[in-house]
Design a protein around this ligand. Sequence first.
Ligand SMILES: [Ca+2]
Ligand SMILES: [Ca+2]
Length: 524
Amino acid sequence: MNLAYTIQQLVINNMKKTIYLIILLFITSTSFANNLVIGNPSYSSANNTLTFTIKWDNSWRVNGVSGPNNYDAVWVFVKRQPCAANGIWSHALLSTTSNDHSVTGSFNLVADAVSDGMGVFIHRNVSANNQIGSLTSTSSVTIKLSGTYNPALIGSSTNADNFRVIGIEMVYVPQGNFYLGDGRSSNSSNFSAGNTIGAVQITSTTQANGIGAYNNYVSNPVYGCFVPLPSTYPTGYDGFYCMKYEINQQQMVDYLNTLNYTQQAARLAVWGARYPNVTNTYFTNASNYRQMIKVATAGTNNTVPAVFGLDNVWNAYIAAGYLNWQDLTSYLDWSGLRPMTEFEFEKACRGTLNPVAYEFPWGTTAMNTSSGGMNNANTINETMNMVMEGIVHFNWDGGPMRSGFAATSNSNRLQAAATFYGIMEMAGNVVEQCVGGGTGYNFSTFTTVNGDGALTTRGLANVNGWPTDGGTSSGTILKGGGFYTNGGQTAQMMVSDRQFYGGDNRNLSNTRDRNIGGRGVRSY
Ligand SMILES: [Ca+2]
Ligand SMILES: [Ca+2]
């Protein structure tokens, strides 16, 4: 199953009577290319709809019995900007009725509305069962706007407004039982059925009642939440969508380019004296570690936002590190997603299979790396220079690799190092950040509520129940290891490893670590 990469966006800009097409991933000539292409959107004021084309590679819908029974999808959402007075970008809510949206084309795609109107999921319909492959021709999507915006649209004139249609590739993780913990031979911080070494089976009953007190899922109170986890806490039993890849550098650029000047300034200020009105100011540390997000066009102090860009075209394809907890949750609030819990991380990796002690996300204990050895390095087609089962990018302090680097058009789950459901790089590349951890923070109020597209004046997430900062005892936990995790730290990449249960100051709000990124999920 070849799984792929990416986000795409297209901007229609009537402000200067010009149409800009941003298609950074327009590649058709290589089997390694993973790309999502969303065409130039056109707005109908009569119908309050946007129409655009879409296609992406490495799509599937499978009806497995012992294997996955799932599909991939693109999460599509819309931002809108009035022309007047440096108008701010607002999140455009969409109709919550699926029949108000439509898709035409040869791949029988459908658009699913969501109950909070934050976007739509585009995916293969049931007639596409057991089909795997790229969508080689475009489909045409028409989505209906609800007329509601967050924040409210002020000074809007439909003939002059700018629209951005943004897509994120995701993977559906269906509702169902699974095992939490890998049943390893001795208890430490890993999940277990209380003081036994057995894994914990999560069922509909677990979700309906809540998993409850710590002794239902860990061996010692220090390893769990000190408040019982209620039925509103996501255990992973219910279905959810998970981003196919880690957030990449292009996605962070797209996000930064819809913030206002004050929000951009606040995000840059994590590093100290950095400002959006100075060209070549980096959001990442500097032009190093393959992570090179910067101010491409300077803003005007306190009025016109900067335009962010990348040092190199290939940066767009590379996962983004340098994301502290506040950076991650800001991106997820902005995009209508949410962080995942540790329970959901284990579900997304292990799926419905029985646990294997000390397993990695691809379901075995086999693991290989070339420690940074690549073919076509620093290009949009880069791969690791080995084909093995369970290849993972770590033990090389040079920076993350291209999302989906291990997948080819004929790789199987083990060769692609994919999870049970086809999710990529859950181990290595950049560290994942999840909700959870040990005692010291009450994360029991975390729910399936998604972001609403709007951020605080400092550009931060503001969703009830989300941990507000990283660090020790923060309700956040680092999972999966990253590129600089070394050969003596392979345990970090195991599905059930919880050695950071106490939190870690590398994702605290006053710092950014090159090895730490993340991804989002969404309860539909
Ligand atoms: Ca990762
Ligand atoms: Ca918000």
